[in-house]
Ligand binder design. Sequence first.
Ligand code: OXD
Ligand code: MN
Length: 595
Amino acid sequence: MEKSMEKLAALNNTRVSAIVDEYVRLCKPKSVVVVDDSPEDAQLLRDKALETGEEHVLPMRGHTYHFDGPQDQARDKAHTKLLISKPIDFGFETATLDRKTGVDEIMGLLDGIMAGKDMYVRFCCLGPTHSPFSILALQITDSAYVAHSEDLLYRRGYEAFKTAKNPDDFFVFIHSAGELEQNVTKNVDQRRIYVDLEENRVFSINNQYAGNSIGLKKLAFRLAIARAHREGWLAEHMFLMGVHGKDGRVTYFSGAYPSACGKTSTAMIPGQSIVGDDIIYARVFDRKLRAVNVERGIFGIIENVNAQDDPEIFKVLTHEGECIFSNVLINEDGTPIWLGSGLEDKARCGKHYLGTWTPDLKTADGKPVPVSHKNARYTIGLEALDNKDPALHDPNGVALSAMVYGGRDSDTSVPIAEALSWTHGVLLGACIESETTAATLGQEGVRKHNPYANLDFMPLPLAKYVADHIALQDELDETPKVFVTNYFLRDANGKFLNHKLDKKVWMLWAEERVHGDVDAIDTPIGRIPRYEDLKRLFKSALDKDYTRDEYDAQFTIRTQAYRDKWNRMDAIFKNHDMPAAFSRELQAQIDRLAE
Ligand code: OXD
Ligand code: MN
């Protein structure tokens, strides 16, 4: 405790000290652990997570596992609310709450919430340290699992706090897992996640699932989008990757896909290099758009990570090194097993987020209980990956040449198309539709409009966000090329038209388009690849003979389905006060299809 107080004092930051003091008084922990950037403190968090029982060791060195409760397996959209002082017309449905009511309620719930527990105070940097992109963050939590996960996922920022130019400028995250019963949150009915945009702080209580508990992830992201809007830059739900073209050429792409729709697996395409898989900040320098990964690790969906489809991640998950598994089966021999791992037939009996698992365990309605939750996860540092990009920690980021938007769309969109212009790309991003997945609580497989794959995180009216994207073109010598992908197209019998690895070809084609190496076919919905280019790329990238029939099935434009889609979009957007350039682009899209 004394050492912790020394570390706090050494920061010489009155705002930090006041905040820590306020929440110590309110939450009443048994002790306070202030974490600095040292390897000793990182080890302390690992040890604490084991000591508290939030994590358990596995036989493989560096591997641990954690379980979230059965009701805490995904992001809780309904209880994640923006605190606002006066009503705002967001232009879409979002959970909000009167700010004063929300703050009063949360302060009441926080009273004594950490009794008998340690409070961890840790300092992180969103984005690389010493970078014009980055934002400092103060995290207070009573979960060693959360603090440990953040160590894998974010850059340590204690020293950065010491040298901050503006010491009052940081985001604040207050988290408590609340009362635990067998190491999982007991009072899930009192789960609250309140985003206080006015104070740049977030409260998250009575939860453990990292998408709810790790303030620095999607909660910080909401604060960052609002700030980016105020300051004239972008915070996006996007991967960042180097696409490797001919003669050693590396071209940086970012891409937004709703959760569980192929974002991480795109960033992990074999032969390419990953900068990040989830959130970027992008800014204009010298009339060029540059971007950084806000994070330094992956909190990824583990389902279908296997030796064939995702060899790089699979290697990390099956070798020594730091890794936290969550909500997978821990087989009796200590091997983690998950859906689509290729290891399922080894599952005998073991520990599961629902208790003891055996192959004949059934759900209440008599169905076999799968070995893992569909949203089971792994947490690793990007440093562990062989395909990490050398610019991972570059404080100046990478130059962004292309942006990709993708959705889970079984019946309409072609596998890849290029936008006709920057504003057409802005329109396509605003009109992503995607079938819902297990990454959020609620029904799966329902088609939902999800602009920029960002709907769940949008802290401002959509019209303003769109206006920022359109305006970007005036600041740039050259706008990034925009592409839309769909990995989930099916035929009339419901069969997928593509293999998972085909996305490699789409990205390599897009890379060639960025450099003007290949022509494309102009269509009303955008530019699509020529058969001969894809045939060449399927052969060289995947050693596959791509047939004309496959091409026709995948790239024939489903005119009626597209018209239905754009009519749906028209119905949505005509009720919004959208920027004129956007409305013109939408009308032009509808007219082209009608023609
Ligand atoms: C994530 C999500 O975990 O978007 O990245 O749900
Ligand atoms: Mn995400």
